[in-house]
Design a protein around this ligand. Structure first.
Ligand code: FDA
Length: 308
């Protein structure tokens, strides 16, 4: 219930104005977001690398409303990738991109615009020697995102995609994408989705996650197990082992600021652990989805509000 309210609020301009105008919000946001600019993102990657962790960088932004805004986000990804290369960090970091930030939802050719912008990001990633993963947004965008993925992979076969176990369609999408060279980040799904397209109860989402894991691990691609849930992580390890996989042919991923102890433990045990590092000023939607995932985060926010 609370999580549905928070997810609805994440799309509301009124709630956005209210939440972002509260001065202490920033302090709570800092737990989940590396900082506002590229320097902060680079520092976060350097710190993670020093601890044996990998990163995927997300320049925060979604629901772009103009081609100029989309071009700005594209250019900042291109600059970020050049910076990773210049600083010798491209072996430890890739980028995650939301197609809605690159113009996907704009009327009259948004998908083509997002494809063109994503292609420019891929050119920069290829030059830096790293990869790009397409984030997955609400279910109405999935066919479009998978079409863009298919076209990008013709020239850049290392482009990855996210699949969300909460959606009924995802087991089939996993089968379709479990081919050699295909990078798939499996998540539970962070958007409020109707019962017509998505499992509504956590046990069903979890069971679907395990079925999807089994498909991806048995396939020929590179599965990325993105979850903070110990049960899913154990299932990922078991499925990797059952399919004779070793540390270099799959990885685990978590979000910046969540379960850092587990992130380090996995890296120290020789697993590849990648941290999703968001940065930028447009943190509202991302922050609200993190609050929705965990009531304790809301309590943390409320305690900060009343100064305790
Ligand atoms: P679950 O929500 O069941 O949490 C299990 C445990 O993890 C909790 O009990 C708690 O201990 C801890 N935990 C989880 N969330 C927490 C939080 N916010 N704060 C503190 N502790 C928390 N979604 C999407 O729809 N599209 C996408 O592209 C992506 N991309 C993505 C990349 C990566 C690397 C990750 C890790 C996640 C995403 N997600 C995503 C988000 C994902 O769909 C999901 O909402 C969250 O990962 C939470 O689900 P868990 O699998 O962690 O399990």
């Amino acid at each position: 219930m609370l999580s549905t309210v928070l997810l609805r609020a994440s799309r509301s301009p009124f709630a956005r104005r209210a939440v972002t105008s509260i001065p202490v919000t920033r302090k709570v946001v800092d737990r989940f977001v590396a900082g506002e600019d590229m320097d902060a993102a680079i520092s976060a990657v350097r710190a993670l690398k020093a601890q044996g962790l990998y990163a995927t960088l997300d320049h925060l932004g979604e629901d772009t409303t103009s081609a100029a805004q989309a071009a700005g986000i594209r250019d900042s990804y291109v600059a970020l990738l050049a910076r990773l290369k210049a600083e010798g960090l491209a072996d430890a970091a890739e980028v995650s991109v939301k197609l809605s930030a690159l113009g996907q939802a704009l009327p009259g050719g948004g998908e083509q615009l997002a494809l063109d912008n994503a292609r420019a990001v891929c050119v920069a990633a290829a030059d830096a020697g790293t990869t790009v993963t397409l984030d997955m947004e609400d279910h109405t965008t999935i066919d479009s995102t998978l079409r863009v993925l298919k076209v990008l992979r013709e020239d850049y076969p290392w482009v990855g995609a996210v699949l969300q176990s909460m959606l009924h369609r995802t087991e089939q999408d996993c089968r379709d994408l479990a081919y050699p060279g295909s990078r798939v980040r499996l998540v539970k799904g962070a958007y409020a989705e109707p019962a017509s397209v998505a499992h509504q109860d956590k046990p069903e989402v979890d069971a679907a996650y395990e079925r999807c894991l089994a498909i991806l691990m048995a396939g020929g691609g590179y599965p990325m197990v993105a979850s903070h849930d110990s049960r899913m992580i154990r299932a990922g390890r078991a499925a990797a082992q059952a399919n004779g996989r070793t540390a270099g042919d799959h990885e685990f991923q978590m979000l910046y600021g969540i379960r850092q102890d587990e992130q380090l433990k996995a890296a120290r045990a020789g697993e590849r652990m990648r941290v999703y590092v968001p940065f930028g000023t447009d943190w509202y939607g991302y922050f609200m989805r993190r609050l929705a995932e965990r009531p304790a985060n809301v309590a943390f926010f409320l305690r900060a509000l009343i100064g305790r």
